[in-house]
Design a protein around this ligand. Structure first.
Ligand SMILES: NC(=O)c1ccc[n+]([C@@H]2O[C@H](COP(=O)([O-])OP(=O)(O)OC[C@H]3O[C@@H](n4cnc5c(N)ncnc54)[C@H](OP(=O)(O)O)[C@@H]3O)[C@@H](O)[C@H]2O)c1
Length: 255
């Protein structure tokens, strides 16, 4: 048994967005830290790739679920935890979507769609974990936010709003859940290499790309940089940390 305060041995952690990018790397690093994982996403083939990269002895589980069905989340939690006789110790909401669209042509429905997945789905998961049948009362919940929740960039107003909502939500949720010692935090990454950032990069001009890279004094980050922060916030080492937004951005927001 690993006695390190950073160990996640024996903990059961739900990871949304586990089928791609940052969520996939978070899953790998949490697995290495000892956690048993529930890997959530919509794409079975990609989720299976994540599963196959992990230590199979920990009996990780797959959860095919579309988070846009907000009102089905509690039902899913009930059925899944009952079926597998498990209780969660934590969750990481890494699922997210983003479109780069100027305000002038950004359909108002895009705002609802982005806020639904990036923010409300995480809130609904957290709410379902308040039932002690599904999660231990001292759980740790982490939202993957973004530096865009606190600083601006043209073309991403809906995405920025969804991440800003997370950053303010965690503070009030932390206060509400502190009496039961449950913790709620967020991590705000700068630009890291992933499928999402590749899509965004493709739509930018060379000049815009150069500007983004130049804004990161330590260069563009990796998904591992984010994942190590997740391990910390889920672990006992962070038992006195709640309501924070941990910035992991290579210095992006120092400007
Ligand atoms: N990449 C960056 O530079 C960067 C920077 C700051 C913050 N972030 C944040 O980090 C998180 C992960 O980003 P990423 O770069 O890893 O993105 P990504 O590679 O595009 O992955 C997005 C994930 O979200 C899942 N997802 C999307 N819609 C879903 C839905 N309706 N139901 C269930 N799952 C859904 C996808 O799963 P399926 O396809 O299986 O449905 C996929 O696993 C996001 O919250 C993003 O905002 C990223």
């Amino acid at each position: 048994m690993d006695n390190s305060p950073y160990s996640l041995e024996g903990k059961i952690i739900l990871v949304t967005g586990a089928s791609s990018g940052i969520g996939r790397v978070i899953s790998r690093i949490l697995d290495q830290s000892g956690a048993r994982l529930i890997l959530m996403g919509r794409n079975l083939e990609e989720l299976t790739k994540t599963l196959e990269s992990l230590d199979s002895n920990k009996e990780h589980l797959l959860a095919l679920f579309d988070l846009k069905d907000l009102h089905e989340i509690k039902k899913w939690m009930n059925e899944f935890t009952f079926k597998h006789s498990i209780k969660l110790d934590g969750a990481v909401h890494s699922a997210g979507i983003q479109y780069t669209l100027p305000l002038r042509i950004n359909d108002i429905d895009h705002y609802e769609e982005i806020i639904r997945i990036n923010f409300k789905a995480g809130v609904a998961l957290l709410q379902s974990m308040l039932n002690k049948k599904y999660a231990n009362s001292t759980f740790s919940f982490i939202f993957i936010s973004s530096v865009m929740g606190s600083v601006g960039e043209a073309g991403i107003t809906a995405y920025a709003a969804s991440k800003g909502a997370i950053n303010s939500f965690v503070k009030s949720a932390a206060l509400e859940l502190a009496p039961r010692k449950a913790r709620v935090n967020a991590i705000a990454p700068g630009f890291v290499v992933s499928e999402m950032s590749d899509d965004l990069f493709e739509k930018l001009t060379e000049e815009q790309r150069r500007k983004i890279i130049a804004k990161h004094p330590l260069g563009i980050g990796s998904s591992e940089d984010v994942a190590y922060g997740v391990v910390y916030l889920l672990s006992e080492a962070a038992k006195w940390i709640t309501g924070t937004v941990l910035t992991v951005d290579g210095g992006y927001t120092c400007h």
